[in-house]
Design a protein around this ligand. Structure first.
Ligand code: P6P
Length: 340
């Protein structure tokens, strides 16, 4: 060990050197996100000790009751990001419309979509939760506020994606298209330190992660996949394990490191779930960019997630994501090419 830790700030500067056209604005933006993450982490970890847990008494556009920490984290992300002059527009799971940069701040060339605190219904059970973010370069003319058009870009145009997991430790995992890197927050000096260099997810895993309570509402292909997964005995003779935390960042992070597949398919339990539950802009797209950079695969069962052109801000999308071979098997069942 050289004794000198590689911090996130230093790593971002190194990454920026790979992009000669970068102007330092990208470094500044990611630094702002890491500051927001530290503040959210501090409050999530204190949640049980201060009056910041529990329901806020409001609901978001998806009809989901908002937790106090949802609204707090949303406010922290917006405040941390709008002042720096790096963004021209934002979008958040907790806000029905696009979020403009206040006129008192300069406009920048990037846009950011984020889920400020995913899995927040798990907070009071002390289950790991997370922040997810996705960054693009604007496509509308500079010098004017960004628009929804800047946000509704296909996922393959992302220049950066990442998540922060607030668990046994706080970790930020991100990619700028040159591999996936994990940084663990060292509370002694409040810096994210490189702990997982160039993460590669196993080509196949032993874990399938899905909420089987929706089984009766799935299409037959998805049902056939889970019937197979329960009985599958891969070459090494060890059957698959079912693991489901109910927090996307936690389920995704475990599978990224250990290998495995996470599925949130469409179901016909209610009209608004015909495209599943998870959102394309700030859940599926960032996770898909990360998993592909780590050697994995992400689709909606039919198409590559990153190739899907978003049509609306809070568009839902079925998500099949994880180890490449595992996702390919699930796609064969979902597409009816395989029944056992
Ligand atoms: P279900 C959390 O509410 C979330 O958005 C994701 O973090 C998680 O993967 C999913 O919903 C869990 O949904 O229907 O299984 O409770």
């Amino acid at each position: 060990m050289s004794g000198f830790a590689i911090t996130l700030d230093r790593h971002i500067v190194d990454q920026e050197r790979n992009h000669p056209e970068a102007t330092g604005a990208f470094t500044s933006l990611l630094t702002d996100i890491s500051l927001a993450a530290k503040i959210i982490s501090y409050n999530v970890n204190k949640a049980g000790l201060i009056n910041i847990v529990g329901k806020a008494g409001t609901t978001n556009i998806h009809g989901e009751s908002q937790q106090k920490l949802d609204l707090f984290s949303d406010e922290i992300m917006i405040k941390a990001l709008v002042h720096g002059g790096n963004l021209c527009v934002l979008a958040s799971e907790e806000n029905p419309d696009i979020i403009p940069v206040p006129q008192k701040y300069p406009l920048g060339k990037y846009v950011c979509c984020f889920d400020p605190l995913d899995g927040s219904s798990n907070i009071e059970a002390n289950v790991s939760i997370g922040t997810i973010f996705s960054i693009y370069t604007r496509i509308t003319p500079a010098g004017h506020p960004g628009t929804e058009e800047d946000l509704l870009q296909p996922g393959y145009k992302q220049i950066c994606a990442g998540y922060v997991i607030y668990g046994s430790s706080t970790m930020m995992v991100y990619t700028t298209g040159s591999g996936v890197y994990g940084f663990t927050l060292d509370p002694t000096f409040g810096a994210f330190v490189l702990s997982h260099d160039n993460i590669k997810t196993p080509k196949k895993g032993k874990i399938y992660s899905v909420n089987e309570s929706y089984f009766d509402y799935w299409d037959e292909g998805m049902k056939n996949y889970v019937r197979w997964a329960k009985k599958a005995v891969p070459e090494d003779g060890r059957p698959l394990s079912s693991r489901y935390i109910g927090s996307l960042v936690a389920d995704f992070h475990r599978n990224l490191l250990y290998g495995g597949i996470f599925l949130y398919p469409a179901d016909n339990k209610s009209p608004n779930r015909k495209k599943g539950k998870l959102r394309l802009l700030y859940e599926a797209n960032p996770m898909a960019f990360i998993v592909e950079q780590a050697g994995g695969r992400a689709s909606d069962g039919q198409k590559r997630i990153l190739d899907i052109k978003p049509l609306e801000l809070h568009q839902r999308i079925p998500l099949i994501i994880g180890s490449e071979d595992d996702v390919k098997i699930a796609e064969q069942f979902i597409q009816g090419k395989r029944t056992e």
